[in-house]
Design a protein. Sequence first.
Lengths: 322, 667
Amino acid sequence: MSLKSKLRATAFAALPIAAMSLAAIGTPALAEVESKDPIKLTLHDWTGQFVTTRIMGSVLKKAGYNIEYVQADYIAQFAGLQSGDLHIAMEIWETTGREAMDKATKTGKVENVGETGMKAIEEWWFPSYMKEKCPGLPDWKALNKCAKEFSTPETAPKGRYLGGPVTWGGFDDERAEALGLDFEVVHAGTDAALFAELESAYQRKAPILLWIYAPHWAPSKYKGEWVEFPKYSAACYADAKVGVNKDAKYDCGKPRGPIWKVAWAGLKKKWPGAHAAMKKFNIGNDEMGAMVGAVDLDGKKVEAVVAEWMKKNESRWKEWLK
Amino acid sequence: MAMTSKPSPIWQRPMFQLWSVAFVVAVLVQQFAKPYAAWAFKFPRGWQTRLRYHISDFSDWLLNDATFGLFTFTEMTRAMAWLMNIPYSGVKSLLATGLLQGQGSDAIQLLPPLSWVAVVFIVGALGYYARGWKLAVLAAGCFTYLALFGQWQGAMITLSSIIIAVPFGILAGLFLGLGAHRWPLFAKIISPVLDIMQTVPVFAYLVPILVFFGFSPISAIIATIIYATPPMVRITIMALGQVPSELSDLGNMVGCTPRQKTWKVMIPSAKENLMVGVNQVIMLSLNMVIIASMIGAGGLGFTVLAALRRLDIGAGLEAGFAIVVLAIALDRLSQGFAQRGEQSQLQSEKTTLFKRYPYTSVSLVVVIITGVIGLFWGVMQAWPEAWFITTGKSANEAMKYINIHYYDLLEGIKTSLLLNIMIPTKRFLLSLPWPVVIGFLGLAGYTLKGWRLSLLCMVLAGFILITGQWQKAMVTVYLCGISVIIAALIGIPIGIMASTRDRLWNGTKVVIDTLQTMPSLAYLMPVVMLFRVGDFTAMIAIIAYAITPAIRYTAVGLRQVDPQLIEAGVVSGCTPWQILTKIKLKLAIPQIMLGINQTVMLALSMLVITALVGTRDLGQEVYIGLTKADIGRGMVAGLSIAFIAIITDRLITAGSDRIKQRLGLSS
């Protein structure tokens, strides 16, 4: 306990220094805003989301709002968004977050503020060097001819496809079955594991076929392509008769869905200006991919990349604030 | 098991006959019953309970409707969170953020946080005060590592939540333990609750905690307290039970009130054991750092997570080591204070404030001086970023080298183990009909202890069955079972070797402390790169984490064997091998059994982490429950894990009790 008492004592002793450090305060924002309570934006654990969130945060800050970034789990955050502990979540992917988002919006305490402008792409992916071993790619019909090339001792003679964590959904087991692919679907537990396997295989130029999504740094770091499955349609997922296989659903590729912005339902009332700016927030896949690459591959800081974007796109974000 | 006295041939004993009959029946059922009784192999869906949904409904009700009249349940928990936030934000502003006025980005820093020089000095002074120069250098060195490697900010945020969580955990544990010591009925009620607190994975109750306590570091602190308190309760109960009855009688005779007896007699004399509990609370709290960072605690755990997302193995390991270093510093300091406490506390009659509190005063002076200098010369306040030391890309490069050159070799080892041992075991366990498994558990309980244990085992296994978790539970048993066997096969010999020499033992201790506090996520990704996603990778992760108690308890057990007995062995002409096998190992069996018990517990607690590399067991169920915010699903799977742990624990305890009796170690 003596540590604690000592620490407490120091806090009082250091008070005189307060006067000096006061001089170092930044200038407060000038604009009038509805409330000076901090607007809480959630940060998860991937770079793209840091960038979108910090852009939104910087824009709101320029408008004079008080903002705070809070570290939160992607799905667990909905509990906080419902109770009003958290206010803004910038990236909810159609493909992975839809279920949780719908459950939350149904309560009426969470609002879907619309699309970010980015489109989530998720599909089976292979590195370019596999084209030499399997010339028919990226057409999906070539997959069965080279199933052996993609096999491992555990799956042989079938090929091995590394899918995303089961929680991501995606119907890959069903897809392999419906399209008659000689592949065993293995699920990674997290996306870190997914990319660890890719990195390992890529270093050895070893065969690999796996679930890759964009926007992400991987498609810009590793050369490769997405497999071209029959084009997705809602009917293909809902109706067995539609598609290549007349008796099965999911005999097509995956949908490319929007990435949504989500907010606490009270945001609109408490900070109408911030809500309006969030609604107008819009950014494209390529723009995003470049920024993510600058951070993850070139080693720049997220804050620096965001500041650069803010400088270059001043007219654009000023429009959001009108 | 060694049979000592044999009154009758083994086949005439009733137990043996019972087991033989059971075995024959089991084989018959497994081989031939499938066409007649498919329900025994696959539990019909219609028989399953809807418990999962009831739990979800109940928590919805608690969240939205439960009320105590004046205020709702949620308002109560929110008020608790608000209360806890006061000391937390105090410590955090002191160590990490500085004294702030206002909130969010508008906040104004009134005072900078303690400078790194001041913190390093304070921990050094604490070390010197507790034990002397050696500890001072160790503690200060650990904290300097944090500054030089650029982990300072994260480490201070982590430290703030540890400083709040640990005293709460210790006090709560102490009072619960006291209660259990005084009222036997309370002890009976609390024992299964402790088991559940320790074995239900944190992921299972994370969502409800977030809902009730709000989205802030406070929720993370509460989860930490739930996870880290049980060992303190157990150790308190044990420590108070071991206080000699003469002392307790003495307390009564000199006319102590119950309160005086507790605080002046019992607790001081149990102090040494209680400090073991304190140490465990610290270690387990640091274990929670990664999970805490997922729900908003930030700090070092977050640094590890973010590094893994960009697959920067070097950065992940550096942050992981920062957690290890923090754990070692806090652990050694707490041990130092415990040993110092045993020395007599002399109250000196010195006059001036400075002389009475030399350490506090000197620390204060250092804090003020470095703080003032820090205002003008930034290096004193925070180690500049440009000077951070980092291993940079070398870890990643080393990984690449191993990957390219040794992958085929590793692949060969892995494949042969997988095809010859792991997959057949998994198939076998999955093919067992559930009535056979439950029957054998009941039989084992009956053989080792009696009807009560038998019934307990069967009821708990039945819960897993009727909630529809049987398949995943079997995969869990297979994965943990194999890992525990391998961990014991490697760990016990290492423990035996380490017990022979002091230096070797000290070195081993550092290694196992590191293994236990290094976040498994930090080394999981390199393992995935070498062995791909799947059961084998999961097994390696479990072994690495669960091997520590096998080593620790074996070594401690062997080192505690009465030297007179060994002397007697030497005198009567035993070879070293005979001394080891006939004397030392036999006498250390209770400790070794406890070590294996703990290995099982740690293996089960790793399940949630292994779900992250794609296993299909109960851990995955819990993880799905978390990511889908399905409270019921997570809790039911979490309870199933807890029940597997309880069954194993009770059976092993009963088994080791019997061995102890046979060896005459207890009455």
